[in-house]
Design a protein around this ligand. Sequence first.
Ligand SMILES: O=C(O)[C@H](O)[C@@H](O)[C@H](O)[C@H](O)COP(=O)(O)O
Length: 243
Amino acid sequence: MMNSFADSFRGVSDVKAMIVHRNADELADAVAQRIAVLAADAIAMRGVFRVVLAGGQTPRGYYRRLPDMPVDWNNVHVYFSDERCLPLGDAQRNDSMVQQALLDRIDLPFRNIHAIHAELGARLAAADYAARLAHAMPFDLVLLGMGEDGHTASLFPGNPAMQLTDVAVPVYGAPKLPAERVSLGINTLNAARNKLFAVTGAGKSEALWRIARGDQLPAAMVKMAEWHVELAALTDAQIERSA
Ligand SMILES: O=C(O)[C@H](O)[C@@H](O)[C@H](O)[C@H](O)COP(=O)(O)O
């Protein structure tokens, strides 16, 4: 049953790969190793690795493992998939989480960190980020998570931000608080050389099932991504499907 679910997921949503991991720890190990490989490849080929970091909880697991990986941090530039419009340093900001889980523990030059100035408000911060990204694209890797409703970055189902073609977009009325956010636009995510979803938690099974069925959820609009999914996030989807 798991294989047939994974197969239908691969087929319907244009995915590059779907890898199921037994638990969140194994997923975090595999994703951290994958990032290290992609970093080494990009640095060998182009001298630099430009990676977009995801927010939310799942990435903490693989961020914490990255300091133990053989990554040439001097040649890595980090960007953010989205940010919450909260004051600088707020614990709920994605850059605060990344700082604590990763940046405080590696020697990454400060100039290589490209945060979203979401404290300026969504409109201004999105325009500022788009201008600053002009020379950074296409990214080598975009790391993403998926919410229970199928959102990714801060692109939520039915939200007008999903239709915008700008490099970075303002988001208002997000159902996951805070309501005001800044996100990379869907075209920016799609333009990256590699896209990687890390999905943990049983609460994600319905969204995975809907994507496998062909629903155009925001996460499904990121094409040719490699999906790393915890088994627990698939279990209910399989049960539901076989019922
Ligand atoms: O700012 C955010 O909240 C995110 O960037 C968001 O898109 C996140 O990746 C998903 O909601 C999954 O979050 P979890 O990994 O915590 O389930």
